[in-house]
Design a protein around this ligand. Structure first.
Ligand code: KG4
Ligand code: ZN
Length: 332
């Protein structure tokens, strides 16, 4: 089955063609750079940019996959969560295409898309597993009982993990979005430079919190002279990263132990982080197995939407064409 996936929930316009929920024939991603100068995504600018680029990106995806629209068996598009204007561009384009060509349409939860990136990248993940989805807008620890059946073990009380990276990067003058830049800078730093707070790490719940860590980093930077800050930039990045990542790893591995779950998947933009990957790898034990997608499938892309659409369609068939965008769509 050939699935055309469409993603436009934030500032990536992406169209993909995926075969049988597994083989990526094309995954064209355009990251809008118009937002950099504003220090964050401007919804109206994002909507207009999606509108301008969605058709050429769709044409490029079909060409790259060497298929025609008439070869496509299913059209999948993100319906939420995300920014309403950007969501509407991709969703409306997908529904129009489906209606005009009489191809079945299925709408996809963006977070289930992130989770599905692991099914694209790996075989042999236990149906029941633990998934840590860490993105710019979400921090979710889920028990996946089967595809589509989830129990939310924990999420964030305030900012998401990616949001914390972006805020700290902004304070440090690293630009927006700063997660990947901060990750790179931290590689040259010493994480023992400063012990920043690990919020809620020993708390019995699986909840996360990042605002205290952001404040601690900000106050520390304010206490430094310009010279001291310049000299310790990489150390601050490494120390922040160690604190941010340690809570994610500790809580996820505690949940795995308490729930007797051996397979752990990571997903979302922050799953691209080098320290997230290395600390999980260092700390898993015995029969535990770690899965994460390649970096190109961690950050927003349409291949993951096509994969999720494939599994959704198999589970419950097509969606109605009247389906609307839902900015705060929940997964659980
Ligand atoms: O999943 P994603 O592409 O979009 C959302 O659904 O939010 O995640 C984007 C987030 C941003 O906050 C970005 O800074 C962060 O993922 N990110 C990273 C890295 N690459 C992307 N954070 C830390 N380390 C990275 N290497
Ligand atoms: Zn995302």
């Amino acid at each position: 089955m050939l699935v055309l996936g469409i993603e436009s929930s934030c500032d990536e316009t992406s169209v993909a063609v995926v075969k049988d929920g597994k083989e990526v024939l094309a995954n064209i991603i355009l990251s809008q750079d118009e937002h950099t100068k504003f220090g964050g995504v401007v919804p109206e600018v994002a909507s207009r940019s999606h509108l301008k680029t969605i058709v050429p990106i769709y044409e490029e995806a079909l060409e790259k996959a060497s298929v025609k629209l008439s070869d496509i068996d299913l059209i999948a598009a993100t319906m939420g969560p995300g920014l309403v204007g950007p969501l509407l561009v991709g969703l409306t384009f997908a529904k129009g295409l489906a209606y005009a060509s009489s191809i079945p349409f299925v709408c996809v939860n963006h977070m289930e898309g992130h989770l599905s990136a692991n099914y694209l990248a790996h075989s042999g993940i236990d149906e029941r597993h633990l998934s840590l989805i860490i993105s710019g807008g979400h921090t979710m620890l889920l028990e996946v009982k089967s595809f589509g059946e989830y129990e939310l073990l924990g999420n964030t009380k305030d900012d998401a993990a990616g949001e914390a990276y972006d805020k700290v990067a902004k304070i440090m003058g690293l630009g927006y979005p700063g997660g990947a830049v901060l990750d790179k800078l931290a590689k040259d730093g010493d994480s023992s430079y400063m012990k920043f707070p690990r919020a809620m790490m020993h708390d019995k719940s699986y909840m996360f919190s990042y605002s205290g860590l952001e404040t601690a980093v900000s106050l520390h930077i304010k206490s430094l002279s310009d010279d001291e800050f310049a000299k310790n930039k990489a150390n601050i990045a490494a120390s922040f990263q160690e604190a941010a990542v340690e809570v994610l790893v500790a809580k996820t591995l505690r949940a795995a132990k308490e729930k007797h779950i051996n397979h752990i998947t990571l997903a979302g933009g922050v799953a691209a982080n080098s320290r997230v990957r290395s600390m999980f790898t260092e700390r898993i034990r015995g029969n535990q197995k770690l899965f994460y997608p390649p970096i190109s499938l961690c950050t927003d892309n349409a291949a993951m939407i096509a994969a999720a659409g494939y599994y959704r369609f198999k589970k419950e068939g097509a969606s109605e064409l009247i389906t609307n965008a839902i900015p705060y769509l929940k997964m659980v």
